[in-house]
Ligand binder design. Structure first.
Ligand code: HEC
Ligand code: HEC
Length: 322
């Protein structure tokens, strides 16, 4: 009798947990539906991987591993960049092979080392899922299809813009309370001595171009980047200049995740030959060592730290106070 009671309680617990897990909150907008999809492993073949497995919200929607693991632990060969602040970008991926967030959104789902699920199966699954069908009907007046799945995810990604930073307060209001003297000197180094501004400028700190920092040598560094898309020899080793907002949250750095810290990135720019001697086609802006002093490097790093949105700083503070 007792054990029967325990069994019933047990099954009750399980079923209530289960229905809790699968019951999704009704999205009112395309953005909210996209958010559900972004975090839902239903989009991967074995239902274990969601977009957020590699684009982790706590790391500004980037991955903290050099290369991410997809279904079955399969590894890709590039570092997962942040999905934030992409609204105004005209190229997606390190080599710019896609041009809009809509086009991009479906790529990882079908990619064998990421989510590995044919789109027809995705549509099927969403169609069979009672709630998702209703959500798509309510929001688009249509069943889930290629276009509205991509639109939902892209609409959600466009909500991930950040500008609540010490840098923005300094630029807009001259507020120096969180923009130290060191950060101010760092900004000057960023603009002039370090030549960073030549490629990283505008509201999101990117020229939206493909440039070669010397991270290709055809041997151990053999990702030819933009060349894979255009097949133009001058594009060998060129990669998209990434934006720098929230850069303190998205280590490791570069297309291959080879630099673990911002300090290392700065050391690289200071003297690339110390890291890679036999690079092919390196940009002429990186021809001569920058001769940054230790203080310059510290200042430059402090400047980069002012680009972090406060939503992440708050999390950091909470983490360290526990
Ligand atoms: C297994 C890990 C993984 C999963 C899962 C994944 N991504 Fe990515 N994502 C990456 C990697 C790695 C790149 C860079 C690939 C490249 O440049 O060739 C990337 C690139 C991107 C970019 C381009 C960013 C930029 O700056 O160019 C966007 C946007 C993006 N992913 C969104 C998504 C969405 C939406 C999903 C879910 C549908 C998703 N990703 C699932 C690893 C992943
Ligand atoms: C010639 C153009 C150019 C210049 C000059 C330049 N960058 Fe970059 N930056 C890039 C490109 C292109 C990448 C990506 C390269 C790759 O992954 O192969 C990049 C990557 C980075 C990254 C890593 C971003 C990430 O998400 O992984 C940081 C940080 C960075 N740059 C900061 C700086 C700083 C600081 C300076 C000045 C000392 C600077 N950059 C100068 C073009 C440039």
């Amino acid at each position: 009798m007792k054990s029967l009671f325990a069994f019933c309680l047990f099954s009750l617990l399980i079923t209530s947990c289960k229905s809790d897990e699968t019951k999704l909150k009704d999205p009112a907008t395309s953005e909210q539906l996209g958010e559900l999809l972004f975090f839902d492993p239903i989009l991967s073949s074995d239902s274990t991987i969601s977009c957020a497995s590699c684009h982790k919200p706590e790391f500004a929607f980037a991955d903290n591993a050099a290369v991410s693991k997809g279904v079955g632990g399969k590894k890709g060969d590039r570092n997962a960049p942040s999905c934030m602040n992409l609204t105004f970008r005209n190229f997606m991926f390190w080599d710019g092979r896609m041009e809009t967030l809509e086009e991009q959104a479906l790529g990882p789902i079908e990619n064998p080392v990421e989510m590995n699920l044919p789109l027809s199966e995705v549509i099927n699954r969403l169609y069979r899922h009672k709630q998702y069908t209703t959500f798509f009907m309510n929001i688009y007046g249509k069943q889930p299809n290629r276009e509205n799945i991509a639109k939902a995810i892209a609409d959600y990604e466009r909500t991930l813009e950040t500008n609540n930073t010490a840098f923005d307060d300094y630029m807009q209001k001259g507020d120096t309370s969180e923009f130290s003297k060191s950060a101010q000197r760092g900004q000057e180094i960023f603009n002039v001595k370090g030549k960073c501004f030549e490629c990283h400028f505008g509201p999101d700190f990117t020229n939206d171009q493909f440039r070669n920092l010397g991270l290709f040598n055809g041997k151990d560094l053999n990702d030819s980047g933009r060349f894979k898309v255009t097949r133009k020899p001058e594009d060998i080793g060129r990669f998209k200049t990434p934006g720098l907002r929230n850069i303190s949250m998205t280590a490791p750095y570069m297309h291959n995740g080879m630099h673990k810290t911002l300090k290392e990135v700065i050391d690289y720019y200071d003297e690339p030959d110390k890291f890679v001697k036999n690079s092919v086609n390196r940009d002429t802006l990186l021809n001569k060592p920058l001769n940054l002093t230790d203080q310059d490097k510290k200042d430059l790093e402090n400047f980069l730290l002012t680009l972090t949105d406060r939503r992440f700083l708050k999390k950091e503070a909470e983490k360290t106070s526990h």
